[in-house]
Design a protein around this ligand. Sequence first.
Ligand code: DAK
Length: 257
Amino acid sequence: MPHTLSVDAPEQGVRLITLQRPEALNALNTQLLDELAAELALAEQDAETRAVVLTGSRKAFAAGADIKEMAERDLVGILEDPRVAHWQRIAAFSKPLIAAVNGFCLGGGCELAMHADILIAGEDARFGQPEINLGIMPGAGGTQRLLRAVGKSLAMQMVLSGQAIDARHAQRAGLVSEVTLPELTIERALAIARVIAQKAPLAVRLAKEALLKAEDTDLASGLRFERHAFTVLAGTADRAEGIRAFQEKRRPEFTGR
Ligand code: DAK
C-alpha cells in the first residue's frame, strides 16, 4: 500500500497515479520515487493497463527533489544512491505515460514530467529547473530532455537562470502539447489515455519506442528501427483485425497479439 501516492482505475485500461505529499508540494523523496517506480512496474505487468496518467495536486505537480532529504544525504556516492535506480526504473516504463500538470513543476518534478510521453498542463502550471539556485544542476535528465524538448536557447535560459516558464510558454516551446483550464487537466489527460487504451497494444508500444529513438539516435538508425518495428507488426493478429474491421465498417477488437 503506497503512502506517498494514490492509484485509481478511473476507466478500463487506464490507471491514474496521483502524487500525494501535500505537506511538501509533492517533493520527490526516496520513498515517493520508490513507490512510484513500484506502481509503474505493476502497471507494466498488468496486461489490462494500456496507459497511465500521472498527476499531482492543483498547487504542485512536484516542487522537485526533497531538499530536506538532500540536506541529510551527501551525493558523493551518487551511483549507489537508491534514488538513481528509482529514476532508471521510472524511465524504463514502456506503456504510454501522460502527465497532467498543475501548479509548480520544478527541478526533479519537471524532470519527472519530462519522463511522460505526453504533457498536458493547466494554465497555472509553471515549469522550471531551479537547481542552480541551490548550487547544483539537474540530475535526472533535466539538461538532456529539456534541451531536446525546447531547444538550446530556452533550455540554457531555464537551467542557468533557474527561472520558470508558464504553461503557455511551455506549449509554444514544445514541452507541453495542450493547455487546459486547471480543473480540466486530469480529465483531458484521461480522455487522451482512454483513446490510446483502445488501440492495438503492440502497435502503441512499438510506436512509442520508435518515437523515443528519434530523440537519441541518428536518422538512419531511427529509420532502421521504424522499418523493423513496422515489419514486426505486419505479422500480428491485431493488424489483421484492424484491416478487417475497416473493411467491415466496424470498430476493431484488438487482443494484443
Ligand atoms: N523539498 C522539500 N520541501 C519542499 C520543497 C522541496 N523541493 N518545495 C517545497 N517544500 C515544502 C516547503 O518547505 C514548505 O514546507 P514547510 O517548510 O512549511 O514545512 C511547503 O513545502 C510549502 O512550500 P512553501 O511554503 O515554500 O510554498 P510557496 O508557495 O511559498 O513556494 C515554491 C512554493 C515551489 C516556490 C517553493 O516551495 C520552492 O521554491 N521550493 C523549492 C523548489 C526547488 O528548488 N526545487 C528544486 C529542488 S532540487 C537526482 C535527481 C534529481 C534531483 C537531484 C538528484 N539524482 C538522480 C541523484 C533534483 C533536484 C531538485 O529537484
